[in-house]
Write a protein that binds this ligand. Structure first.
Ligand code: FE2
Length: 229
């Protein structure tokens, strides 16, 4: 099995879900509740046993299917330790490694900013950046314990120090772009490339974005892996 992830899309929230596959096993990143059956069908067609389900953060724009998938498949759930997702089987910290397949390793990189607990995951040269770094953009930092200063440091110090050829797989894209590289974002990301910390904070504090439509439903639901309380 090759080492590129399978990218799946939720048109309602423009969320990407990823299947990482190796040795007959899969890890799933950021699954969306309405697509539980679709994701299970993918795994079945590919002959994969679901080993683990990871959340990059507590999402405000969609509800996760992690809890349901765990009940249906017995897969482990893993979430960043700082996101308040108490029922997750594994609470991830910076520097941890999550294993699946024979020798597959997913490295855990803490990238506070979009939310204080947000994590990115690195697997075989693929970076799953959640809402920390998006293609030619970044996640908002104006709610849910967000911090523009923290996001700037996370991206410039932790993500931009990865090799240029690292593939960037974001949690969202609103313009049908599916993948980028760390090198391209370092050179061209219109929010971050060549911008000082002060400029970035000023920019982020003046975006004036409306709150996500599902926020009041999604955030409490996701604290329980999408299962009813
Ligand atoms: Fe988010």
């Amino acid at each position: 099995m090759h080492s590129l992830p399978i990218q799946l899309f939720d048109p309602e929230s423009s969320t990407y879900t990823y299947i990482l596959a190796a040795d007959g096993e899969a890890a799933l990143i950021d699954p969306v509740d309405q697509h539980c059956e679709r994701d299970l069908a993918h795994l079945e067609r590919l002959g994969l046993r679901l080993a683990c389900i990871l959340e990059t953060h507590n999402h405000a724009d969609h509800v996760t299917s992690a809890g349901r998938l765990c009940q249906l498949t017995g897969a482990r759930t893993a979430a960043p330790s700082g996101c308040g997702i108490a029922p997750a089987d594994v609470q991830l910290n910076h520097g941890d490694t999550l294993r699946f397949g024979r020798d597959e390793e997913i490295q855990v990189i803490h990238t506070p900013g979009h939310t204080a607990g947000s994590m990115c995951y690195l697997w075989r040269g693929n970076l799953f950046s959640g809402d920390t770094l998006l293609i030619d953009g970044c996640g908002r930092t104006d709610f849910q314990s967000g911090s523009a200063e923290a996001l700037y440091r996370s991206v410039t110090e932790r993500l931009f120090s990865l090799p240029d050829e690292t593939l960037l797989w974001p949690a969202h894209d609103y313009k049908s772009r599916s993948v980028s590289t760390i090198g391209w974002e370092k050179r061209h990301n219109s929010r971050l490339s060549g911008r000082s910390l002060d400029d970035f904070v000023e920019l982020m504090n003046n975006l004036k974005l409306p709150p996500p439509r599902l926020m009041d439903v999604a955030v409490p639901a996701n604290r329980n892996l999408g299962l009813p309380h």
